[in-house]
Design a protein around this ligand. Structure first.
Ligand code: SAH
Length: 350
């Protein structure tokens, strides 16, 4: 199979161009066609010599994402179920905010992390996506937004999969999207979320980017976190926190803690108090994002009542922890993340 052209960072594309005996500025022209003009074929790259277009054609292919389902919420959120060349399907979500449009991308087909409240992990991990398959999701979103003369202004790497277990593809994806000749998304407008893959947190810290890091914490202690997230047995709570301190010391960047509130499980005021103490003890700049758990039929968790959500928030704020409740979007379309794909897998299996 030919390599996807969107897999190539500018650096790699420059090397390839040089190998073809062409001047390196051609790489910039190619990026412009791919990410600014956003053509779908090499023959459309009309300022390149014909011979180079032919070589591109021989060496690379475009990622074709086939739209299987599109759901549009009353608040403008768009959920896409996209088919890959090998018949796997992934979800990509476009969210509309008053400050811009954000895209939530998927990094793996399925997931092996096994969080007990999550729909993305139900069928296990099928395979990693390549960098280009992640890039293509952003392009797909941009194509939809083009119709309204709008642009993708931010990216959240919070779709299906654990980005830090597909690290190299993730980093290439990020390099391509932030490149000024590429999609040119501001680093501060990109957030990567991880379940806590400790070695990758250290690696990511050392990259010294300005990209935001979010950590799915979901519990204030080791024992409860292990119950909700089996990955906590591989990378225990204390080690995750240590890695985050290193990340903060290295980058100086505020860390987001995601906390899905699950009725009667992790949503009591005692949990909030314990979380606040843990976070205050870290001496880092952080922010807690409370997410009312999305209902997943396969899991019998209940949601926290509105009053209890605010009670939890109050305990955090009382302890000087910066915290907000995640605004829910697209609630009327496909409930929890990963469910569109789960439903699709069920129906194709029949
Ligand atoms: N694997 C990465 C990326 C997924 S991000 C990670 O774990 O961070 C998606 C976020 O949604 C994570 O914080 C995840 O824990 C959370 N999530 C998963 N299932 C959920 C559900 N049913 N309700 C609310 N949040 C959920």
């Amino acid at each position: 199979m030919k390599t996807f052209i969107y897999d190539l960072t500018m650096e790699r594309l420059r090397e390839w161009v040089k190998e073809q005996g062409e001047p390196v500025f051609r790489a910039g022209q190619i990026f412009d066609w791919l990410y600014v003009k956003r053509v779908g074929a090499f023959e459309e790259m009309t300022n390149l010599p014909k011979s180079l277009r032919q070589k591109l054609e021989e060496s690379f292919q475009f990622v074709i994402l086939k739209e299987i389902t599109r759901q549009v919420s009353s608040d403008g959120t768009v959920k896409l179920l996209l088919g890959l060349h090998d018949d796997h399907a992934i979800e990509t979500v476009i969210m509309r905010h008053n400050y811009g449009n954000s895209v939530c991308v998927t990094t793996q087909v399925g997931c092996r992390i096994g969080c007990t409240f999550c729909a993305s992990t139900l069928g296990g991990l099928k395979r990693n996506l390549t960098a280009g398959e992640i890039v293509a999701q952003v392009l797909e979103a941009q194509r939809l937004l083009d119709k309204e003369q709008e642009r993708v202004s931010s990216i959240v790497v919070m779709g299906t999969g654990e980005p830090f277990e597909n690290y190299d593809a993730l980093m290439d994806f990020l390099r391509i999207t932030i490149h000024e000749k590429g999609l040119h998304i501001g680093q501060r407008h990109i957030t990567v979320s991880t379940s806590g893959i400790v070695p990758s947190i250290y690696r990511f810290a050392d990259e010294q980017t300005q990209i935001n890091l979010a950590i799915s914490i979901h519990a204030p202690n080791d024992e409860l976190r292990s119950k909700l997230m089996p990955v906590n047995r591989r990378y225990p709570f204390a080690e995750v926190l240590k890695a985050l301190q290193y990340y903060y010391q290295t980058t100086g960047r505020r860390i987001t803690f995601e906390y899905a509130l699950i009725g009667g499980v992790n949503d009591r005021p005692e949990h909030a108090q314990e979380l606040a103490e843990v976070l205050n003890g870290l001496d880092i700049l952080c922010h807690v994002n409370l997410i009312p758990v999305n209902y997943v039929p396969e899991r019998n968790y209940v949601r926290t009542s509105r009053d209890d959500i605010f009670a939890f928030l109050n305990v955090l704020q009382h302890n000087h922890i910066n915290a907000t409740i995640r605004r829910e979007q697209g609630g009327d379309i496909a409930a929890a993340c990963g469910q569109l794909r789960a439903k699709h897998m069920e129906s194709t299996a029949r």
